[in-house]
Design a protein around this ligand. Structure first.
Ligand code: NAD
Ligand code: DAU
Length: 355
């Protein structure tokens, strides 16, 4: 069996659903259930006998160690993290606690467990750390995309905390020989994405007639990857990735934020037109820029494509249509995650005027 941490979040819940659908192997989901973790995202698999949920913090070494002794997993996939850049700018304490100290404690528990395994179990064990392209910093307009050899230059408290976690994972392999592998992925989108992030926020604000807050000039570029393509990359790296290596994952789908928001608006115009006949694009509102806003991210995915044969199945046009359709068809899930805490965040980030 395998352990997935942070499996109640956006990417982790998609990963667990696909894992169970694509094989027989059981999975334990260890999640602290922060504001971003929602068991409703896994409601369709909660009664599957191969699935088990454990409510715990990755930083709780005693609980993690006991779970490792009990379940003897062949692999751990570490998604658990504080993941929202704007929240890290408002206050980075939780990012340091989970992304750095939590990852360190998790690695310590894993290392102690791995030390006691037989040689053959040690050889087949895997710790896969899920990281981000943001650790590489920001690209200028025509600069080549990030390869695995690009220098780390994190610019936000979030990316700095993820960079620190990547270094701890690397050191665990180099010093103690624990078989680790790290993936650095670009912006994901798709079902179950928490609506503090650009695409789901725009869909939900559009539908309730709120402004669509585009930071700065809207010309920042992100490289969008449909979430199930990220999940297929992680499964491949887990199966065939070389230990101690890092693999960049990206969709070769660079878009400015304004392009993304306009595409979301046209899809909504087609699928759920406004009652007054106007386009949702009339709700676009340019707001104060994110402090330290990285201008452009782009991933060169040549290594994972050539070495492991990975290829994204969705392009941006197909993925964004599926995403908008999913949000239109899953308003119950949306209601369940837009709780009091969500409303507090919207107030503190965008002000009451955005209501
Ligand atoms: P998310 O915020 O949607 O989910 C994070 C999950 O981790 C939640 O279920 C939360 O409850 C859990 N969690 C937080 N702190 C925890 C702790 N101390 N112990 C146990 N569980 C804890 O995040 P996501 O978007 O699904 O991202 C998952 C991972 O992928 C993160 O490590 C993130 O840095 C990385 N990543 C995300 C993207 C993206 O575009 N979303 C892109 C590249 C990499
Ligand atoms: O690149 C991978 C990263 O992608 C992950 O590591 C992070 O966990 C994930 O949150 C995401 O980070 P971003 O900061 O790129 O995503 P976000 O959805 O917050 O913002 C995307 C772009 O849209 C960014 O340039 C900021 C802009 N934006 C965002 C929001 C929430 C707006 O213009 N308006 C908004 O209201």
């Amino acid at each position: 069996m395998i352990i997935v941490t942070g499996g109640a979040g956006f990417i982790g819940s998609n990963f667990i659903r696909e894992w169970l659908a694509s094989g027989q192997e059981p999975v334990v989901n260890l999640d602290k259930l922060t504001y971003a973790g929602n068991l409703k995202s896994l409601a369709d698999v909660e009664h599957d006998p191969r699935y088990r949920f454990v409510h715990a913090d990755i930083g709780d070494r005693a609980t993690v160690s006991a779970l490792l002794r009990e379940t003897r997993p062949r692999a751990i996939v570490n998604f658990a993290a504080e993941s929202h850049v704007d929240r890290s700018i408002q206050g980075a304490g939780e990012f340091i606690a989970t992304n750095i100290v939590g990852t360190f404690n998790l690695l310590e528990a894993v290392r102690a467990h791995w030390d006691l395994l037989s040689l053959s179990e040690q050889g087949s064990f895997r710790f896969l750390h899920v990281s981000t392209d943001e650790v590489y910093g920001s690209l200028a307009g025509q600069e080549p995309a990030f390869t695995e050899r690009h220098q780390y230059e994190p610019n936000s408290p979030y990316s700095a905390s993820k960079a620190a976690s990547d270094h701890l994972v690397r050191a665990c392999h180099h010093t103690y020989h624990v078989p680790v592998v790290t993936t650095n992925c670009s912006n994901n989108y798709g079902p179950y994405h928490f609506p503090e992030k650009l695409i789901p926020l725009m869909i939900l604000n559009a539908l309730v007639g709120k402004p669509l807050p585009v930071y700065g000039d809207g010309q920042n570029v992100r490289d969008w990857l449909y979430v199930t393509d990220h999940c297929s990359a992680i499964r491949l790296v887990l199966a065939n990735g070389r230990m101690g290596e890092t693999y960049n994952v990206g969709g070769r789908n660079e878009r400015t934020n304004l392009e993304v928001v306009n595409i979301v608006c046209s899809l909504l115009d087609e699928l759920k037109p406004r009652a007054d006949g106007n386009s949702y694009a009339t709700q676009i509102s340019f707001v104060r820029d994110r402090p330290g806003h990285d201008r452009r991210y782009a991933i060169d995915a040549t290594k994972i494509e050539n070495e492991l044969g990975w290829k994204a199945a969705e392009n941006f046009e197909s993925g964004i249509r599926k995403t908008v359709q999913w949000y239109l068809g899953n308003q119950e899930w949306v209601q369940s995650v837009t709780s009091g805490e969500y409303r507090n965040w919207m107030d503190s980030q965008y002000g009451k005027a955005a209501e």
